[in-house]
Design a protein around this ligand. Sequence first.
Ligand SMILES: [Zn+2]
Length: 140
Amino acid sequence: MAANVLIDVEVLYYLSRDELPLHRYLHTYIGGSLVGLLSGLLMWAVILIIVRLMPASSRWKTRLEQTQNIRLLNQSLLAGLIGGVSHVFLDSLMHDDMHPFWPFVTGNSLTGMISVPALHIGLGLLGLFSMILWLLLREP
Ligand SMILES: [Zn+2]
């Protein structure tokens, strides 16, 4: 989530300045990956702070304290990387001002491959089914 928000700060910045194109360096696989890793690092630090602030009786605190720090870091970095790369991929299906493979290739041949309403409905359904699956498979 953090990676997605941070990447779209680029769009907000250029929107506020009324400058096109809106999707630039952070909306490339290199930029999205770097922001994703940075987000993972940031969220790892946030988790470590939150764990210290949690009440001792918290089930989450117990669980997080039993997990090795390096494992938490790796999971945070992987989650950030997945968020950053998937953001670039999904945006590249919608926005023709992107150059996802910059600096190696310019242009975006994925735009229009799927209609925006179909993409939104598909992502909404994927989110819904993912939540149902998570609810069914989570540990008590
Ligand atoms: Zn975006």
